[in-house]
Design a protein around this ligand. Sequence first.
Ligand SMILES: [Zn+2]
Length: 445
Amino acid sequence: MAESNVESVNYRDLLNKAILQSDIVKIFDYLLTIWVEEGASDIHIEPFENYCRIRIRIDWVLEELVQYPKSFHDSIISKFKIESGQMRPDEKRLPQDARVSAVTQTNKEIDLRANTLPTVWWEKLVMRIVDKSKEIPPLSSLWLEWSNGRIMQKNLAYPNWIILNTWPTGSWKTTTLYSALSDINKVEVNITTFEDPVENKMLWLNQAQVRSDIGFTFLSWLRSALRQDPDIIMVWEIRDRETLEMAMESSMTWHLVFSTVHTNSAVETITRVSKMGAEPYMIAGTFNLVIAQRLWRKVCTNCGQKVKIRPEDEVKFRNAKNSFRVFDKDLLKKELQLRNISQEEWNDFFVNWYVMEWSWKDPKTWEVCPVCKWTWYKWRLWIYEMMDYTDDIKWMLIDGKSAFEVGKFALSRWMIDLERDGIFKAMKWEFDLHEVYRFVKLQDL
Ligand SMILES: [Zn+2]
């Protein structure tokens, strides 16, 4: 999915050449191309006392692309400001924003959001890019094929509402949303969406763009959208009580509502929407599914090798094992079967404590691994957590149970949270445990 067919290393070489030749137009061309082809989220162009550098954020980690002499920095920033047509080149003391479109060397149309910020040296430019040409993967390809995928399919069939809850930008929450929408995008239903920004223009969807500057906000859109005979509504984000209430009412009147809220886990969403003013009976009456999603770094299977874990990392294995302690035994068995995890793989993991470790050498040639080129983490993999609002959960909410109790109950039964999903995938050697516990809090066991 996140894999790219284009060999990106060429563009990195070309970028270096363009820097040496001080060819600013080409620098931007190659930068944008590298961004799209390598699936990065941001580009940082930053000045320091003697040298400046360009870094790129891939999978939440910044990586240096190139350094260049400070004498060159001002021309790079000025050029960008002029090209954007929305920034004043002579204003260097105040931050500025711009939004521009561009085409990469690989002929992909992209949208950029850029911001300059004065530092003690010069201005720093950060660009966040929205890739308009990103293809929408079918739902079946999103690593949702196990129990979590079944929960998703089941809930998409109900005319009630789903919240897709996520965390940072770059976890591609929109990909899952768009995939789900395209899955149910049929001639019989009217789908209307309100987005900020519209990342993908999809056929047969009535998509609109948020324009807060002229008062076209979530709430005003929702009011009008409900007069447009909708079946399915997607409100990009729920930030306030009014929007939440209206979304809940729409759900009560048999609309399937998709949306996102900012929380860290699927369970925490209960607390978040309660704080926004939702009564427990309303949550029970309208929620069907809450999803949390992350994009974690997958290990390189070409140069990875199974090794015994180091003593200092044993705590991660103890945590991993502990996370299944309260899981329903029959369900665990079924899930292992569904995910094709053999007894041997289970034992290698939980009994022998083997992990995939980076060797960075190609096993055949003993040269630098040609797949990951020393980076070890190659490509990314989605991790999902699904909170299915079953009748049990709904009754607990009506009974006034806390989000904590509800979460604990779900985990003791059927819920596969981020930690469990990550561990299952680590048992198939797709992850290492370091990546899982980079995001999941370790308990002191
Ligand atoms: Zn490798």
